[in-house]
Design a protein around this ligand. Structure first.
Ligand SMILES: Nc1ncnc2c1ncn2[C@@H]1O[C@H](COP(=O)(O)OP(=O)(O)OP(=O)(O)O)[C@@H](O)[C@H]1O
Ligand SMILES: [Mg+2]
Length: 366
């Protein structure tokens, strides 16, 4: 077990600066997920922790030791990749024990560790099978088993579930979480899927263009995104962004969405938002779940809004509705029995108590 610390870590490939001086502290036993769009530097960061990539600048510490110049095999880490190539001619048990056998572990110790990992992963019945006799999810479990038997200081996962179909991916996600609750090994997990990140992580690290946008517990990122990027990346369907203005009139602060919508700014926000009155380039950020039908319980900051629905998408438990506001297509979520119909008018509630105000110049949430 170990903590992992990255200080000012930089990775350059010739011209490309893939990772631009990131700082990150991962606590012992913590499950941290790096998430972000393709090319943002997630795998590069993970590979630098593993020692598979040299670092151009900065320091990486594992368990208090500087590992910048320590080769991968001496870092005491175990990695699970998207392509978890198992040896086809070996049984599950042999695949799992391969690394330990190479290191000449005693036979009894190997058996103990394989049996224990198989028990944790619920693959005891599969130990004598060959990989081709396994399903995708079972193979994925064997790949994890191979990592667990090594009892490393740190687990590194790079999109380990992306080869699986959607249903299996959700199942394996839960499995990985259960396994971590049992073995508690410090884990760094890479995915581009924000739902996977939210559901698995103790803390999520949102990356963008080789930098860290925000680090936080899943619910903190959802409720208090620091930037427009994080606000738009976390949550599905994604947050709506609507150009808006703030006006002070007769001592009250009003939110104006062109051409003709005017809302009261919720009382608890006025102080924070006041300095932005009259400023150009402001965005109102409102999640689809905060644009609902009118039958929900009263809460401060709710304001009525009549819209014409462009399209609706019934999901069973709810209906996703699309309409135009301030010149952009906006997404809301209403009850499946709220009577939403394409092309028809509908009364919605905007829950401005959950709004975010974004300063377009800095991209920061105010
Ligand atoms: N060997 C390399 N040589 C040059 N550039 C590279 C190399 N490996 C990665 N890059 C670049 O570094 C950046 C970060 O790549 P990285 O693989 O870390 O992205 P990622 O976040 O893992 O993306 P994905 O979600 O697509 O896997 C990208 O712009 C990529 O093109
Ligand atoms: Mg990658």
């Amino acid at each position: 077990m170990a903590e992992v610390t990255l200080s000012k870590v930089v990775k350059k490939y010739d011209e490309v600066e893939a990772v631009r001086g990131i700082d990150l502290n991962i606590a012992d036993r913590e499950f941290v997920v790096l998430v972000g769009p393709s090319g943002c530097g997630k795998s590069t960061t993970l590979r630098m922790i593993a020692g598979l990539e040299d670092i151009t600048g900065g320091e990486i510490m594992i368990g208090g030791d500087l590992v910048n110049d320590v080769p991968p095999k001496d870092r005491d880490i175990a990695m699970v990749f998207q392509n978890y190539a198992l040896y086809p001619h070996m049984t599950v048990s042999e695949n799992m024990s391969f690394g330990l056998r190479l290191k000449h572990f005693p036979k009894a110790e190997i058996k103990k560790r394989v049996d224990e990992a198989a028990r944790i992963l619920d693959i005891t019945d599969l130990l004598d099978r060959k990989p081709k006799q396994l399903s995708g999810g079972q193979r994925q479990r064997v790949a994890m088993g191979r990592a667990i038997v090594r009892d490393p200081k740190v687990f590194l996962f790079d999109e380990p579930l992306s080869n699986l179909d959607a249903k299996l991916r959700v199942q394996m996600r839960t499995e990985i979480k259960k396994v971590h609750q049992k073995v508690r090994t410090t884990t760094v997990y890479v995915t581009h899927d924000q739902v996977e990140a939210m559901t698995l992580a103790d803390r999520v690290v949102v990356m963008n263009h080789g930098t860290i946008e925000q680090v936080g517990e899943p619910n903190d990122l959802y409720h208090s995104p620091a930037t427009r990027f994080v606000a738009g990346f976390i949550g599905s369907p994604a947050m709506n962004f609507i150009a808006c203005g703030l006006e002070k009139s007769a001592g009250a602060l009003k939110l104006r969405v062109p051409p003709d919508l005017v809302f009261d700014v919720p009382a608890d926000r006025t102080k924070r938002y006041e300095p932005y009155a009259g400023k150009k380039g402001l965005l109102l950020g409102l999640r689809p779940e905060h644009l609902t039908d009118t039958r929900v319980a009263a809460e401060p900051g709710q304001q009525k809004l009549d819209v014409t629905l462009n399209v609706i998408e019934p999901m069973g438990m709810e209906t996703i509705v699309f309409f135009t506001l301030g010149g952009v297509e906006i997404c809301g979520r209403v009850g499946s029995k709220a009577g939403a119909r394409s092309g028809e008018r509908m009364s919605l509630l905007a829950h401005l108590g959950h709004m975010h105000l974004i300063d377009g110049d800095s991209g920061k949430v105010v």
